[in-house]
Write a protein that binds this ligand. Structure first.
Ligand code: SAM
Ligand code: SF4
Length: 386
């Protein structure tokens, strides 16, 4: 098992907002530009925003860094190295820091993996999405299944830690087909897998196709069966879910994402990045301009791209804590909810949800959602938070 840092979690998220093309299901802050991206200029802006953020949140020890996107694997390794150097110039770096880079598994991007390793990245998360070419084509992906598996093999050779993402509940996907695909994926996986149920996000081409009756996604019962299949196969393989969509061997959880779900402090750098940082007694919620070129100009003129900077109310912190923490298999400490909210969770609601089998209390007194409660997570959170 990996030795965990003793420093309190302090996570740094860096957003690279560009992709080669826009996938029809995706509503992340990602943009396609036909001209070349001036990486040197973006690197200077990242370094500036890191400096400004560190002046506001000084003297922390960084326990994880996540370079996400968009497609960060389109960046040159030297740009990634420059971002990591800027972070190290302004904060202390924990000796066991986790440094993840999100990568798309095309062959061109895989050639950069060793460069990222040399720059200080120690974990990659690859967007494999599916293991057959017709599904990848339907998802609008630019890579083949062969390329994706080759990228996984290169990641395995270059990094001590890697994970990859798959999307299930795809149009036409049966539980048997998904079970076979997942078994294959587990054969390629090491310590961590992210398995996302396809969500039809508003204002995406997939939403328009579904509205036009041209995209048949699995119905609720089939989606439930696909979810159950996922849990059974992964648990049997030693990759139980530690969060709704994330599976890991014990000790191999993504520390960065755990910091979000455990409602610990994180800063966000780059276009559209969010942060939650404790300053004094209060948590501040920050967000930067989503539009890459606007963010760039703001940073160049003001030193940061922040457009939202709110002190959270106790009730808001408590709701966020509940929303994030109940995603985790470990659940939440109800005492922390009481401290944040200034009031305890309603015992009547807890009793009702326990009776319905949606939540349970662990021997340590933690409150967690049961396996049968997870598909109803949003309703459970809404009920407890009310
Ligand atoms: C921020 S994306 C970036 C990863 C990288 N650009 C890629 O596409 O490989 C992170 C992951 O979210 C998942 N994802 C994005 N949109 C989704 C959707 N609508 N439904 C389910 N999963 C989605 C995908 O598995 C993707 O790998
Ligand atoms: S490559 Fe990743 S971030 Fe970019 S559009 Fe596709 S899913 Fe979204």
């Amino acid at each position: 098992m990996r030795i965990q840092s003793t420093a309190p979690a302090f996570a740094v998220y860096v957003h690279w907002p560009f992709c080669l093309s826009k996938c029809p299901y995706c509503d992340f802050n990602s943009h396609v530009r036909h001209g070349a991206i001036d990486e040197a200029r973006y690197l200077r802006a990242f370094a500036t925003e890191i400096e400004t953020t560190a002046a506001r949140v000084p003297s922390r020890t960084v326990t994880s860094i996540f370079i996400g996107g968009g497609t960060p694997s389109l960046m040159r390794p030297a740009t990634v190295g420059g971002i990591l150097d800027a972070i190290a110039r302004h904060w202390t770096i924990a000796p066991d820091v986790e440094v993840t880079l999100e990568a798309n598994p095309t062959s061109v991007e895989a050639t950069r993996f060793r460069g990222y390793r040399a720059a200080g990245v120690n974990r990659v998360s690859l967007g494999v999405q599916a293991l057959d070419d017709p599904s990848l084509k339907a998802l609008g992906r630019l890579h083949s299944a062969r390329e994706a598996l080759d990228a996984v093999a290169i990641a395995r050779a270059a990094f001590e830690r890697y994970s990859f993402d798959l999307i299930y509940a795809r149009p036409g996907q049966t539980p048997d087909a998904w079970a076979a695909e997942l078994e294959r994926a587990i054969g390629e996986a090491a310590e961590h897998l992210s398995l996302y149920q396809l969500t039809i996000e508003a204002d995406t081409p997939f939403a328009a196709l579904r509205a036009a009756g041209k995209l048949a996604v699995p119905d609720e019962d089939t989606a439930r069966e696909l979810y159950d299949t996922t849990q059974e196969i992964c648990t049997a393989a030693g990759l139980a879910a530690y969060e709704v969509s994330n599976h890991a061997r014990p000790g191999a959880e993504c520390q960065h994402n755990l910091a979000y779900w455990r409602y610990q402090d994180y800063v966000g750098v780059g276009p559209g990045a969010h942060g939650r940082v404790t300053i004094g007694d209060v948590k501040n919620a920050t967000a930067t301009d989503k539009r890459p070129e606007h963010w760039l100009m703001r940073v160049e003129s003001r030193g940061h791209g922040i457009v939202t900077d709110d002190v959270l109310l106790r009730s808001e912190m408590a709701d966020e804590f509940l929303l994030m923490g109940l995603r985790l298999a470990e659940g939440i400490d109800p005492e922390r909810y009481t401290r944040l909210a200034g009031r305890a969770l309603d015992p009547g609601r807890i009793a009702m949800l326990r009776q319905e089998g949606a939540i349970e209390v662990t021997p340590e007194g933690r409150l967690r959602v049961t396996r049968s409660g997870f598909p109803l997570l949003d309703a459970v959170v809404a009920d407890l938070a009310a």
